[in-house]
Design a protein around this ligand. Structure first.
Ligand code: FE2
Ligand code: FE2
Length: 283
């Protein structure tokens, strides 16, 4: 059985937002700030004709089903993998006990910090990549870029949901701050150094999706083991989207290297820049 997502809601979700009016209102109040941020800090290129996949169902067997929508109609939502009623804590002092559905007081600060740091990286990468649409090598690459960008935006939603739903006033303040910090900003930079670097060209983008998204995969894989079950379920779903980001990186670098070696053979030289290639020592 798969759990379908309600797209008639202002915020599509599979967490029964309608059943918690206070939370729903708080997230609906955050939504315009997010959309402003997307307009100001998201892709600079007009995106009206770009069709993207969006999650329409979350299955127990680990499958997310996707459908295509035009980017302006893209709806960022809150999707958690289905709950495993039997899930137990896998290690540590509470090993073997039921996983936590609420945040235990003694781990509250640490959990909040982890979620804020994860949440901070998601919009940061969108900011880093915002101008790449202007120099996309092909329509295929442009679509991949925007797909990655909207999903990083959704990952921000994923963390903001947790902050709003489980961390009270402080969580709401942290959710606001996620839109205030910006990549490379002098006054309020992103938390992690790598997310304040520029991603000025497509080789950097492919390297980012190859290495940084891979790092992100392990990070999410770790958080998926969390005893705090809502965090675990959120990360499980994010990992499904993350797989595509790494695909973009791997195949992107593959294509660049392949072209470089073709040009090297064709012109019998390693100096392929004059022939429109990227030299291997640059890669
Ligand atoms: Fe992400
Ligand atoms: Fe990613």
């Amino acid at each position: 059985m798969s759990q379908s997502i309600d797209y008639t809601e202002r915020i599509p979700n599979n967490v029964d937002l309608a059943g918690d009016r206070r939370l729903q209102r708080a997230l609906e109040a955050w939504q315009p700030a997010f959309l402003n941020w997307w307009a100001e800090m998201g892709p600079t290129l007009d995106t009206s004709d770009v069709y993207l996949r969006t999650a329409v169902a979350v299955g127990r067997e680990g499958w997310a089903h996707f459908d295509h929508v035009a980017l302006p109609e893209y709806r960022w939502g809150v999707f958690l993998s289905e709950r495993d009623q039997e899930r137990k804590i896998a290690f540590g002092a509470s090993k073997g006990e039921d996983v936590w559905q609420q945040v235990p007081g003694e781990y509250r600060a640490e959990l909040q910090r982890l979620i804020v740091i994860q949440g901070d990286t998601e919009p940061a990468s969108v900011e880093q990549q915002r101008r790449l649409g202007l120099t996309a090598p092909s329509l295929y690459d442009l679509r991949n870029l925007f797909q990655v960008n909207v999903e990083e935006g959704r990952h921000l939603w994923a963390m903001v949901y947790l902050l709003h739903a489980y961390f009270g006033r402080e969580g709401r303040d942290e959710a606001d701050a996620l839109l205030i910090r910006n990549s490379g900003s002098e006054d309020s930079p992103r938390i992690l150094g790598a997310f304040n670097e520029e991603t000025p060209d497509w080789l950097s983008f492919f390297m980012f999706t190859y290495f940084t998204d891979r790092d992100g995969k392990y990070q999410l894989g770790t958080l998926k083991e969390s005893a705090f079950d809502p965090l675990s379920r959120t990360c499980e779903f994010m990992l499904k989207e993350e797989a595509h980001h790494m695909f973009v990186g791997t195949t992107g670098i593959d294509r660049v290297v392949k072209r470089s070696t073709e040009l090297m053979r064709e012109h019998q030289t390693e100096e392929i820049a004059p022939h429109g290639g990227i030299a291997l020592n640059v890669i």
